[in-house]
Design a protein around this ligand. Structure first.
Ligand code: TIU
Length: 733
C-alpha cells in the first residue's frame, strides 16, 4: 500500500496520449543541452546551418519551467553535450560523417575546430557552457555527455537512481536530436518521461518539431508523454513554498531555529534566511550541556569562537540565499581516524598520533560544500572494535541509557548525531563500525559500496576492507550526503568509478512497490536476545505490508564470509599498514584489549598459503552472494538483518571484552568482505527491562535493522530502506 505522503504528492496534468501523473519526490526536470554552442550566434549549431530563431524559442519557457520545478523542490538535472579536449571520447560517426558528405557545404567546421565561442563542443570552452539565463545552481546535477543521448558514457542513470527518480520531465534542445534520443534512452531504462512542448525547440520548421514530438507519444505512448507548459506550471506553482519568494516569512525577519538538524530541514531554513550563527550558538549550548551527561564523546572540540567565525565567514561568502551550496551551514563531526590539516589524528592510539599536513578528501569535500566542522569524535583504538569500550579517551554510552554501550568503533561519532549535537558525522566501517554504533543510538548508519567515497587521508584499520561510512538522522540525508561526497579518486587505489548497475526501473503498476527480501535462518537469529528477536519479527511484518516478498536465500556465503574476517588471516591486515616492529615497541602505550587481540593475531603465525586460501574463499563467497542478489526469479533486492544481536551493558563488555565484541558483529562482519553496501535504520524501541529481565529497570533502548545489498546496489537498497523508515515514522504518529 502506498504511504499517505506519496499519494498526496502525485500530480497529474493533461498530456498526450493520456493524463501524465508524476510523484513529485521521484520526478526530475531534465534540461537538455541549453548551451551557448547550440543557442547563440557563432555557436556550433548556427555553423552547422541550424535555424537560430527557431531554436531560441524555448529559452524563456524553459526558464519558467526551471523556476517552477526549483520552487517545488524537484531534482534538477542539466546536460551538456561535448568532448574532452583531445577528442578521445568522440567517435568517428560523430566527428567525420556529416563533413564527409559529397560536396559538403554545411559542415565546414567540425567538433574540436576553433569557432568564435571557443573550440566547438569542447568541455571547458565558453561555447560549451549553459546559457546565463539557465545557469545551474549549486547542488543541481550537471551531466557532461559525449553522445546525443544522455545515457551513453555518463553517470546519469546512477545519479537519477541514487535520488530515487522514476519520472522525468524533459525540456531542452534540440527536439529532433538530443531531446528525442534522451527520452528514448530513458524509456528503455524504465523512466516515465514527459516532454514539454514549449520548453523544447529545434533547428527546423514547426512541422519537423511536431513530428519529433508525435513520435514520442504515438501508438498510445510508445516512448512516453508530451504535454504543454501551462498545465504543468499551474500544477507546480502552488507548491512553491520552498523558494525564498514563496515563503510567508520575509527574508529580513530570519526564522527561528526549530532545533531540527536534518540536512533537508536546515537547507530549507537557511534558504529562508536562518543564520548558521544562530544554529551554532544553539548547538554549543547543547554540546556543553551534553558534556555533563557524557564527557567521552569528543577527542577534539572546535571552540565556540572558531565555529562562530566559520559560520559568519560562510554568510559573507554566500550572500545569495537562493544559490547556497548543499551543505551550507550544516554542522558535522569527524571520527578521529580521519585527517584534518593541523589537528592531531589520534585514532584513539597515542603512539599513532600525528598531525597531518593535508586533510582527508572526504573532509575537504564537506567543507567545500559549506559544511561547518564541530569536532573530532572518540573511537575504539585503531578503529578496532564494535563496543565503544576500547579508548583511552573514555567510554561513551548510548544516548538512550548511561549503562549501555554506544557501540564502536565509531562511538563518539554516533553519539554526536544521536544526541542531536550535529547533523551528520563522517565515520569508517570495516567490520560494522559504521552500522553498530548508529544502531545503538537510534540514528542511520550508511556504508556505501566500498570505494565510492575516497578513503584517502584516513588511518587504515584493514585497508583492503575499509570503507567510509556516514552517520545521519534520516535515510534521505544519508542519500544526499553520499551523492555530494562520492567521486572516483585515482589516487585511492581502492576507488571505484561512478557507474550504475544496469537494473531497470519499475515506476508504475503493481511492480512499482514490490521488492524481494531475504533474512537469516532461524539458527542465526536464535543468537539474538529476546527483544531483538521480537523487534526483528515486527520488522519482517512491516516490510511485508510495504510490498516486500520474503524470499528464501542461501545464508552460507554471508556466514562464511563473516567468519573469514576474524577467524581467518584477514585480521593480519590490521598490522600490515603499521611498521614491522610497531606492536613490540608500542604495547605499553596501547589499550590492554587491543594488545590481547593483536598478540593473538601474531601468535597464529599465519602463512602466505593460508592467506591465499582465504582470498580464494572470499572470491567464492562473493560470487555466491552475487547469486543471492542476482536479477532473477530467485534473487533478492535486499537482505535484512538485525544490526546487532543484542545490546550489552558497559559492565558486561568490560567483564568479557573480546567475546562480547565478536558477538556484536554476527550480522555485520560479512559486509565488506563480500563488497556489499549496507544501511542501519532505526526500527523502534523496547523497554530496558525486556532485555535485562529486571522489572525495576526503566527506560527504552533502540532497535535497528540493517539492509544489505550487492555491490553498487546502493540506490535500490536506500529506497527500500527509506520506505521502511517512512512507515516507522507513520506508525509512531
Ligand atoms: N543537443 C543536441 O541536440 N545536439 C545536436 O547536435 N543537435 C542537432 O540538432 N544537431
Amino acid at each position: 500500500m502506498s504511504s499517505t505522503k506519496d499519494v498526496l504528492s502525485v500530480l497529474s496534468i493533461d498530456a498526450k496520449p493520456y493524463i501524465y501523473s508524476f510523484p513529485l519526490q521521484h520526478t526530475a526536470l531534465l534540461v537538455i543541452d541549453m548551451q551557448r554552442d547550440f543557442l547563440l550566434a557563432k555557436g556550433f549549431g548556427e555553423i552547422q546551418g541550424g535555424n537560430l530563431e527557431a531554436v531560441q524559442a524555448s529559452i524563456t519557457p524553459t526558464r519558467k519551467l526551471l523556476e517552477a520545478c526549483r520552487g517545488a523542490g524537484m531534482t534538477i538535472v542539466h546536460t551538456r553535450e561535448g568532448h574532452v579536449p583531445d577528442l578521445s571520447d568522440c567517435p568517428s560517426s560523430k566527428l567525420v560523417r556529416q563533413a564527409a558528405t559529397p560536396n559538403n557545404t554545411q559542415h565546414n567546421l567540425i567538433i574540436g575546430d576553433k569557432g568564435e565561442l571557443g573550440r566547438l563542443l569542447v568541455r571547458g570552452e565558453y561555447g560549451h557552457d549553459i546559457i546565463d539565463e539557465l545557469k545551474p545552481l549549486p547542488g543541481e546535477v550537471v551531466i557532461d555527455k559525449p553522445g546525443k543521448g544522455s545515457f551513453w558514457n555518463t553517470a546519469i542513470l546512477h545519479k537519477l537512481k541514487a535520488r530515487a527518480i522514476t519520472h522525468l520531465i524533459v525540456s531542452g534542445v534540440t527536439t529532433e536530436c538530443c531531446f528525442a534520443t534522451s527520452i528514448r534512452e530513458a524509456n528503455d531504462r524504465g523512466f516515465e518521461c514527459c516532454g514539454i512542448v514549449e520548453a523544447t525547440s529545434g533547428y527546423n520548421d514547426s512541422n519537423f518539431k511536431q513530428c519529433s514530438l508525435d513520435m514520442i507519444h504515438w501508438s498510445q505512448g510508445l516512448f512516453g508523454f508530451v504535454a504543454n507548459l501551462q498545465p504543468l506550471l499551474d500544477a507546480l506553482t502552488p507548491l512553491g513554498i520552498q523558494s525564498v519568494t514563496g515563503s510567508s516569512t520575509p527574508p529580513q525577519t530570519p526564522p527561528d531555529f526549530d532545533g531540527n538538524l536534518t540536512i533537508s530541514s536546515l537547507q530549507k531554513a537557511f534558504k529562508n534566511g536562518l543564520s548558521p550563527v544562530t544554529v551554532i550558538e544553539a548547538l554549543y549550548n547543547k554540546i556543553e550541556a551534553y558534556h555533563r551527561v557524557d564527557p567521552a564523546v569528543w577527542i577534539y572540540l572546535e571552540s565556540r569562537e572558531n565555529a562562530l567565525d566559520a559560520a559568519k565567514a560562510l554568510t559573507v561568502k554566500y550572500s545569495d540565499r537562493s544559490a547556497l551550496p548543499p551543505l551550507f551551514g550544516v554542522p558535522f563531526s569527524v571520527k578521529d581516524s580521519i585527517d584534518i590539516t593541523g589537528l592531531p589524528t589520534t585514532t584513539a592510539c597515542p603512539p599513532l598520533t600525528h598531525v597531518p599536513s593535508a586533510s582527508a578528501v572526504v573532509y575537504d569535500k564537506c567543507l567545500a560544500e559549506g559544511a561547518l566542522f564541530i569536532g573530532k569524535t572518540n573511537l575504539d583504538q585503531l578503529a578496532t572494535g564494535l563496543t565503544g569500550c576500547r579508548s583511552p579517551y573514555g567510554i561513551p554510552h548510548s544516548v538512550f541509557h548511561k549503562d549501555y554501550i554506544s557501540g564502536g568503533s565509531s562511538s563518539g561519532n554516533a553519539v554526536s548525531v544521536g544526541a542531536n549535537l550535529v547533523s551528520f558525522s563522517l565515520a569508517t566501517d570495516t567490520a560494522g563500525s559504521g552500522r553498530v554504533p548508529p544502531g545503538f543510538n537510534g540514528v542511520v548508519g550508511y556504508k556505501p559500496t566500498r570505494g565510492t567515497i575516497s578513503f584517502r587521508g584516513v588511518t587504515p584499520a584493514c585497508l583492503s576492507l575499509d570503507c567510509i561510512a556516514l552517520t545521519t538522522h534520516t535515510i534521505s540525508d544519508a542519500r544526499s550526503l553520499w551523492q555530494i561526497l562520492e567521486e572516483y579518486d585515482p589516487l585511492d587505489q581502492y576507488s571505484k568509478p561512478v557507474i550504475s548497475f544496469e537494473r531497470h526501473i519499475n515506476s508504475i503498476g503493481p511492480q512499482a512497490r514490490a521488492f524481494k527480501f531475504g533474512i537469516p535462518p532461524q539458527k542465526a537469529l536464535s543468537l539474538c536476545s529476546f527483544p531483538h528477536r521480537r523487534k526483528f519479527n515486527e520488522t519482517v511484518a512491516t516490510l511485508q505490508k510495504l510490498g516486500g516478498v520474503l524470499t528464501p536465500i542461501d545464508w552460507s556465503p554471508f556466514q562464511n564470509a563473516g567468519k573469514l574476517l576474524y577467524d581467518g588471516t584477514f585480521v593480519s591486515e590490521r598490522l600490515a599498514s603499521l611498521p614491522d616492529d610497531w606492536l613490540g615497541k608500542s604495547r605499553s602505550l596501547l589499550h590492554p584489549v587491543i594488545v590481547q587481540l593483536m598478540d593473538a593475531v601474531v601468535e597464529r603465525q599465519s602463512t602466505a598459503v593460508q592467506a591465499y586460501r582465504d582470498l580464494q574463499a572470499k572470491a567464492i563467497y562473493t560470487r555466491q552472494a552475487e547469486q543471492v542478489f542476482s536479477y532473477s526469479a530467485t534473487g533478492i533486492d535486499v537482505l535484512v538483518v538485525p544490526t546487532a544481536p543484542t545490546h550489552w551493558k558497559i559492565s558486561e563488555v568490560l567483564a568479557d571484552p573480546i567475546k562480547k565484541n565478536s558477538h556484536l558483529g554476527e550480522f555485520t562482519h560479512c559486509g565488506n568482505v563480500l563488497d556489499l553496501c549496507g544501511v542501519a535504520v532505526p526500527a523502534g524501541t523496547y523497554p530496558v527491562k525486556e532485555l535485562s529481565g529486571n522489572e525495576a529497570d526503566e527506560g527504552e533502548l533502540p532497535f535497528s535493522v540493517t539492509f544489505l545489498s550487492g555491490s553498487r546496489m546502493d540506490a535500490e537498497m536506500l529506497e527500500i530502506a527509506r520506505r521502511f523508515e517512512e512507515s516507522m515514522k507513520e506508525n509512531a504518529c
